[in-house]
Design a protein around this ligand. Structure first.
Ligand SMILES: CC(C)(COP(=O)(O)OP(=O)(O)OC[C@H]1O[C@@H](n2cnc3c(N)ncnc32)[C@H](O)[C@@H]1OP(=O)(O)O)[C@@H](O)C(=O)NCCC(=O)NCCS
Length: 417
């Protein structure tokens, strides 16, 4: 069905913000009521022009917002991203093109501002490909059967001078941002966290009635440097024979060194009464299973696409990342929205890359959404050729692309937004 012209799509005013928030709740099938606490907390996040609604009369029937973000490219540079969030269309107004109208306007504005990419976490796989987004990172969740790990059930072994301490939320707000900046620089696909993120995730801002304060543990290296942080909660389950069956659920674990990563997972598996650890979303090639003497004790219980990326500026995206190999490739990028399409010649080596518009014949032809997965190093061009999603115009060009673009570790976005 085509878009109804009597639905007004526009930036929301501050006065309309409560109605817009109510529509977000309804769109995500939560109780369509916004508490005073939530309204007060969220007002600080209201960014004029970036909060958009569709109105049928006075009623907000669709919501959309975007905000400035940084995404880590391969090699550690941060690129400017337009992060998309709070996308909802009321069940009464679906499939009339409202999302299309909001998304098209937002991507055009992001391109105009000079953002290199747009990002989002997709509720459902089929929604965003049509807008030029592609799944660029994937996530896996493991469930660890602690008694099977083969770990020494006594206190975890820590290298000399290293320590793990339980800390308070205020400590996390002080220590966390600096650690996270180090971690995200080493993690292609990671995104920036503003002050709001730290406040919401440490309970300084509370409006979700279901919020409970987690445990926070910090790992320090021998010289006192904070190298790891984990937030976790533990349920309360006991078997008939009074055996503890509790599950520790990790809300987030970041580590800047493998030693910190190892120590924090071993710590979680050593907590008395904890029989299972659920890892939360990790990179699909996370070290976790292999940090356990018996890796089979960690079972993947969820695996899915995670961060979706929409390339807005092919030249800056490809020139900002690094390359371990050396070579050249001509890419024909197809972009139905007319934002990033064209033919580009990438010439890359470990000392740098140049990407320029060209009239040479293309080695590969691909949709801009496929480029997103290749850009962050996760996907294989050879695989996409086999799937019919990338066309190889020169024999072997897929392998050349893989040698240039794929990375030894998979990209990973630890955040939901
Ligand atoms: C997903 C959602 C925002 C789509 O909004 P919408 O206004 O119905 O989308 P549009 O009418 O602009 O649809 C554009 C196209 O995408 C398709 N599409 C939209 N949502 C889809 C879905 N969930 N699955 C498959 N296709 C979908 C439409 O069929 C349409 O295709 P067409 O152009 O070939 O007809 C809306 O259904 C919704 O709010 N869902 C619940 C909340 C949610 O999932 N939000 C996304 C959070 S990331």
């Amino acid at each position: 069905m085509s878009a109804r012209t009597d639905i007004d799509v526009r930036p929301v005013t501050e006065a309309e913000y409560p109605e817009w928030l109510r529509a977000v709740h309804a769109g995500f099938l939560r109780e369509p009521v916004v508490s005073e606490a939530e309204l007060e907390a969220r007002r600080s996040q209201f960014e004029p022009g970036r909060v958009v609604g569709a109105f049928d009369g006075d009623r907000c029937v669709a919501t959309f917002k975007s905000f400035d973000q940084e995404v880590t490219a391969v090699g550690g540079a941060f690129v400017a991203a337009d992060a998309v969030s709070a996308v909802t269309v009321a069940a009464t107004h679906r499939r009339r093109g409202l999302l299309t109208r909001m998304m098209s306007a937002d991507l055009a504005a992001a391109k105009e501002r000079g953002d290199v990419v747009a990002t989002l976490i997709a509720a459902e796989y089929p929604i965003y490909g049509r807008f030029g987004f592609g799944p660029a990172t994937w996530a896996a969740e493991w469930t660890i059967d602690v008694p099977r790990t083969g770990l020494d059930p006594r206190a975890p072994h820590l290298d000399r001078g290293c320590r793990i301490d339980l800390v308070d939320p205020e400590d996390v707000r002080k220590l966390g941002p600096e650690l996270h900046d180090r971690v995200r620089r080493a993690t292609p696909g990671a995104v920036s966290r503003g002050d709001w993120w730290w406040r919401v995730n440490t309970g300084a801002v509370r409006f979700d009635p279901k919020w409970t304060e987690p445990f926070f543990a910090v790992y320090r290296a021998g010289d006192g440097t904070v190298e790891g942080l984990v937030a976790y909660e533990v349920d309360d389950r006991w078997g008939d024979a009074k055996q503890p069956l509790n599950t520790a659920r990790v809300r987030g674990l970041i580590a800047s060194t493998p030693a910190a990563e190892r120590a924090l997972w071993h710590y979680l598996c050593s907590i008395d009464w904890v029989a299972r650890v659920k890892s939360g979303e990790r990179a699909p090639d996370d070290l976790l299973p292999h940090l356990l003497p018996d890796p089979r004790a960690a079972r993947i219980t969820t695996q899915a696409d995670w961060l979706w990326v929409r390339i807005l500026d092919v030249v800056r995206a490809l020139e900002t990342r690094t390359y371990d190999g050396e070579g050249a490739l001509v890419l024909e990028i197809v972009d139905g929205a007319g934002l990033a399409g064209g033919r580009y010649r990438l010439e890359a080596s470990p000392s740098g890359a140049s990407c320029t518009a060209t009239t040479r014949s293309a080695d590969l032809t691909l949709d801009v959404g496929e480029l997103a997965a290749l850009w962050l190093g996760d996907e294989s061009a050879v695989r996409l050729v086999a799937l019919g999603r990338v066309r190889e115009n020169r024999a072997g060009a897929g392998r050349v692309a893989d040698a240039l673009l794929r990375t030894s570790r998979r990209p990973y976005c630890p955040d939901m937004f």
